[in-house]
Design a protein around this ligand. Structure first.
Ligand code: ATP
Length: 754
């Protein structure tokens, strides 16, 4: 037993709250016509999520709400709550009791609740579908709808059978998958269109990026070229500077030395201008020497004459002396002796007064000299006058001779002096002559050397100018490079070079410079402006593109898997449907034979015939444009046909059945279907209305059998049916127009039902 209770409040004729407890496998609802019994069946439909107001005999949601009578006011809301016993977890929710409630308000707003919590309609439908309960269809058979399945067309019948077999869930899933598929296809289309929209922009950006990348590659190449170029240029310039410095040093120093030598040589040369002065001096010396020589000649002649005079005088004196004889007997005058005594006495007096022995000795010696001179004087004294004269003359002559000799000596010395000076001067002049000649030669040599060095230096000067030029170029190019490829260029000194950085041969550098210029031109043509923006935009757009591609892939994948799912669902549906039909047929045949005491009944799966008639040429002529639906070839769908043949009668087919026979056939079919896949409960609203007594009995038996599989709620006027119920609810409607519920005994019920 699954159905526990139904609570109705404000729904249709149930102006007041009424509760039905279904604590028996079969419950019967009885009551007079118009008391509100069918409203109960509709309350079930309502609470189980029925959306068709029409199927609940209304036009708008408002029609479902108790509308009031002349004695009772109308309600603003209608609510129905059904409570299930869920201990067997028929409903996929982890509660032993599950209540489902629906409320409708006058403004048409619906509320759905599961166990008091607000939910969506979808949640209720899903929950119930899994338990093989639905708002409409197979397990709620409304009044007069028992033979609906017989009246329906092939396709509708198939749907009904599918529903009864519990295949609705597949249908539902398929529909959902189809919806999803449709949505996915829509999404695919919109993503595709988005992709198409950005494609041209992306293509454009790609080209731009290619340009930028090319420019970047060129820039890289340029940077490397520059780095190598600068590294080498720097090495070259440094080397050149040093080389020039070294090369200049030698000649400059040599030049300075030569300058000194030149000025020295010039001085020497200038000095040789004194030559005349020296010659004059030489002439003057020659004059002096001549004068001295003439003087010496005069003096020599004078000396010769003197010496002649002296020898003549000496001969005259010798002759006088010879005439005179010896001098031993000479006489001395007293006066002379006194004189002598006086002189000696004076000396003695000095000696007597002195203590100094050496002084005394000196005095003694002088005394001896005095005596010696006295004697010598006295010996000579007394010679004849001639001797005396001669002697005087000799003395005079000798003294004259001495004077001349001294003069000669002096002149000779003077002459020797002049001679020496003359020789020196002459030597000097000779020497000067030599050195000026040398100086001249040296000057020429120096000047030649200077010329040569100046030549060398001017070569160096040219090289130096070239160097400065190169240095200027280097600086300018460095600035330019920095502008073109950025600050990285200042790192050129760290740039690694294969082999030596220094190349004295300039062709390599010239080659590099040419290549640099070429790339510069190409780079300019490429125009790398706005590179960052382009890259950024490209990144963004391609990310978006990639995102869309991924999205598209995902969508396509899910579309494919949805298609597979739909296929699978269809196959499953098809298999289960066919298996179900086979099972139903077995029961159908049984119940049919039971009801009619024989005969055959079966459901047949058939393919619908095509509805469209073929167009004739005539039809086509009259039409301008072919209507779309006519052009389509409708696929014939599978449906269900019912074939019946009654026992002992020749008639076959549904059309030939009487009203009662139709009712019996449909009951047999409903029961067969219900038994194959029993729903938790079945509501049958006066399905038994058309049955005669005998058939009512058979109906009652079948009901009892069915109640083993499903809980039954039977709205009926039939006593036989009532007799099979475990609980009876009587519905009455008083003058207030409100349906009232009373639980009653069978006899009472039978009475009430009338
Ligand atoms: P029968 O045995 O003849 O089939 P029944 O017991 O099934 O009758 P219902 O059809 O369930 O009767 O009830 C119909 C009654 O419900 C009518 O009297 C109708 O006036 C009343 N009714 C329907 N809708 C409303 C409503 N919105 N407000 C008040 N009463 C309503």
């Amino acid at each position: 037993m699954y159905l526990k209770s139904l609570e109705i409040s404000g729904f249709k004729s149930f102006g007041k709250k009424s509760t039905l407890d279904f604590n028996s496998p079969i419950a019967s609802i009885v009551g007079p016509n118009g008391s509100g019994k069918s409203n109960i069946a509709e309350a079930f439909r309502f609470v189980l999520g029925e959306q068709s107001i029409k199927s609940m005999r209304g036009k708008r949601g408002e029609d479902l709400i108790f509308n009031g009578t002349k004695d009772a006011g109308r309600q603003n809301r209608a609510s129905v709550k059904v409570v299930f016993d869920n201990r067997k977890r028929v409903l996929d929710i982890d509660f032993d009791d599950v209540s489902i409630e629906r409320v409708v308000h006058r403004d048409g707003v619906n509320e759905y609740l599961i166990n008091g919590s607000s939910v969506r309609l979808k949640d209720i439908i899903e929950l119930l579908a899994k338990a093989h309960i639905g708002s409409s269809g197979h397990h709620i058979i409304s009044q007069g709808e028992a033979d609906r399945i017989l009246n329906a067309n092939l396709r509708e019948r198939r749907e009904m059978v599918e529903d009864a077999l519990g295949l609705k869930i597949y249908q539902y899933k398929r529909a959902e998958s189809e919806r999803k598929l449709e949505k996915t296809e829509e999404n695919i289309k919109s993503v595709e269109s988005l992709r198409r929209e950005i494609t041209p922009h992306l293509t454009f950006l790609k080209k731009q990026v290619e340009k930028v990348e090319k420019a970047l590659v060129m820039k890289d190449e340029l940077t490397n070229l520059y780095l190598e170029y600068f590294r080498r240029e720097d090495a070259y310039l440094k080397h050149e500077k040093k080389t020039l410095g070294d090369a200049k040093r030698g000649p400059t120093e040599a030049l300075a030395k030569l300058e000194k030598e030149l000025s020295l040589a010039r001085t020497v040369l200038a000095k040789s201008g004194n030559k005349d002065e020296k010659s004059n001096e030489l002439i003057s010396l020659e004059g002096k020497i001549r004068i001295v020589r003439e003087n010496l000649d005069v003096l020599s002649r004078s000396l010769g004459r003197l010496e002649g005079n002296i020898s003549a005088e000496e001969r005259r004196r010798e002759k006088a002396k010879h005439a005179l004889g010896s001098a031993d007997e000479k006489l001395v005058h007293l006066k002379d002796v006194e004189e002598l005594e006086k002189r000696v006495g004076e000396s003695l007096k000095i000696a007597e007064g002195s203590e100094d022995f050496s002084k005394i000795r000196e005095v003694l010696k002088s005394i001896r000299d005095i005596f010696a001179r006295f004697i010598s004087d006295k010996k000579q004294g007394g010679a004849p006058k001639e001797i005396e004269d001669a002697e005087a003359e000799l003395t005079r002559l000798n003294s004259e001779k001495k004077g001349i000799e001294a003069e000669i000596e002096k002149d000779k010395k003077e002459e020797a002096g002049y001679h020496k000076a003359y020789e020196t001067l002459k030597n000097d002049i000779e020497k000067e002559k030599d050195s000026s000649r040398d100086a001249e030669k040296a000057i020429f040599k120096i000047m030649a050397e200077q010329n040569q060095i100046h030549g060398e230096l001017s070569v160096l000067k040219v090289r130096e100018e070239l160097y400065h030029h190169d240095e200027e170029d280097f600086k300018r190019e460095l600035g330019e490079a920095g502008h073109l490829v950025g600050r990285a260029i200042v790192e050129y000194e760290n740039f690694k070079i294969q082999g030596e950085a220094l190349e004295t041969d300039r062709t390599g550098q010239q080659e590099r410079r040419k290549r640099i210029e070429k790339i510069k031109v190409r780079l300019e043509d490429a125009g790398g402006g706005g590179a960052d923006d382009i890259m950024k935009e490209f990144r963004e757009v391609s990310e978006r593109e990639a995102f869309l591609t991924r999205e598209l892939e995902d969508l396509r994948k899910s579309s494919a898997s949805l298609e597979i799912l739909i296929k699978e669902l269809e196959q499953r549906l098809d298999i289960e449907f066919k298996e179900g039909v086979l099972k139903i047929n077995k029961q159908f045949q049984e119940f049919f034979a039971l009801m009619f005491g024989g005969g055959t009944a079966a459901l047949e799966v058939v393919r619908e015939t095509k509805k469209k008639k073929a167009l004739t040429d005539l039809d086509l002529e009259g039409m301008g444009e072919m209507p779309e639906e006519m052009g389509e070839e409708e696929e014939g769908k599978e449906g269900i046909d019912i074939s019946v043949s009654l026992p002992r009668k020749k008639t076959k087919g549904l059309a030939m059945l009487s009203g009662g026979e139709r009712a019996l056939t449909s009951i047999a079919l409903i029961f067969a279907v219900s038994q194959v896949n029993p729903p938790p409960f079945i509501i049958l609203d006066e399905t038994d209305a058309a049955l005669d007594e005998a058939n009512s009995k058979k109906y009652g038996d079948m009901i009892e059998n069915l109640s083993k599989y499903s809980q039954l709620i039977l709205i009926t006027h039939n006593r036989e049916t009532m007799s099979r119920a475990g609980i009876l609810y009587g519905i009455t409607m008083g003058s207030d127009g409100i349906s009232k519920l009373l639980s009653i005994a069978f006899e009472e019920a039978a009475q009430v039902a009338k």
